[in-house]
Design a protein around this ligand. Structure first.
Ligand code: SF4
Ligand code: SF4
Ligand code: SF4
Length: 260
């Protein structure tokens, strides 16, 4: 299983990784919305750099959890944990319920409201564009200081502990993601506390799906109500199906061929 190790002590905040991500995924310039959080992630930014005091910079992206809460709560299987380590998304089956956004302990998935039919957006570890071609993700390839590197998860964990042991005064003695929520494919070592990435909440080592799936299935019904929820889903599925219809001129041509 593959993963990413980000060493925040090597990050210079150049944002080359952010630009590479936008290019490989053909993401337009971000459109500021009042509901965007201040961590830089959005439907059009799948990775970001959070600047911290002391000239520190921390990459934020999907952690590609080993037992992802987003996958466990999705009622239609739009999110999948692949053998490669990547947690990928299929917009064709997503019905827009946003359970995944509520379940993620890292607050990663975002809604792309700028599409005619909104989609959930997040880092997919360059699964189709790079991983399936035996190439590393675009973001790790461009990093000029190797602050963020790609490799086998087991090897990355060994490398992380090797660096901490070799320079104990440089690092906090912790590999973020080694055990957190059952382990994640994206790992961090750092000289600053990274608990802000989980909004200060200690997550523990137990996988989130075992704790939240029951609660998550109850939340939307409590807040939205069954009627409102079903109407919303019907609308989104209807719009999505409309988008899947072939253009009228193709349908007409096909009818003509049948008549001949
Ligand atoms: S970080 Fe969130 S979105 Fe990413 S795999 Fe884990 S639960 Fe899913
Ligand atoms: S792995 Fe790919 S999709 Fe994920 S942040 Fe890096 S460039 Fe973006
Ligand atoms: S490309 Fe590397 S050094 Fe530059 S911001 Fe991204 S992780 Fe940091």
């Amino acid at each position: 299983m593959k993963g990413i190790l980000t060493d925040t002590t090597l990050c210079i905040g150049c944002r080359e990784c952010v630009i590479a991500c936008k290019q490989i995924n053909k993401l337009d310039d971000d459109i500021p919305h009042r509901w965007n959080l201040d961590d830089g992630l959005s439907g059009l930014n799948w990775t970001s750099i959070v600047d911290k005091p002391g000239d520190r910079h921390v990459r934020k992206q999907c952690r590609h959890c080993l037992e992802p809460a987003c996958v466990s709560v999705c009622p239609v299987g739009a999110l999948t944990k692949t053998d490669s380590g990547a947690v990928i998304y299929d917009g064709h089956v997503c019905m827009g319920c946003r359970y995944c956004m509520m379940a993620c302990p890292y607050g990663i998935p975002r809604y792309d409201w700028d599409q005619q039919v909104p989609y959930v957006r997040k880092c997919i570890l360059c699964y189709e564009t790079r991983l399936q071609k035996n190439q590393q993700p675009a973001c790790t390839e461009v990093c000029p200081t190797k602050a963020t590197i790609f490799g086998d998860r087991d090897e990355l964990i060994k490398e992380a502990h090797r660096r901490i042991k070799a320079n104990p005064e440089r690092y906090i003695d912790k590999v973020w993601g080694e055990h957190e929520v059952g382990g994640t494919s994206v790992l961090y070592i750092s000289d600053i506390d990274l608990s802000f990435l989980t909004y200060g909440q200690p997550l523990g080592e137990r996988p989130v799906p075992t704790r939240t799936s029951t609660a998550m299935h109850a939340v939307p019904f409590a807040f939205v109500g069954m009627g409102g929820l079903m109407a919303g889903l019907q609308w989104i599925i209807g719009r999505r199906n409309e988008n899947k219809q072939p253009p009228k001129e193709l349908t007409d041509a096909s009818e003509e061929t049948k008549d001949e």
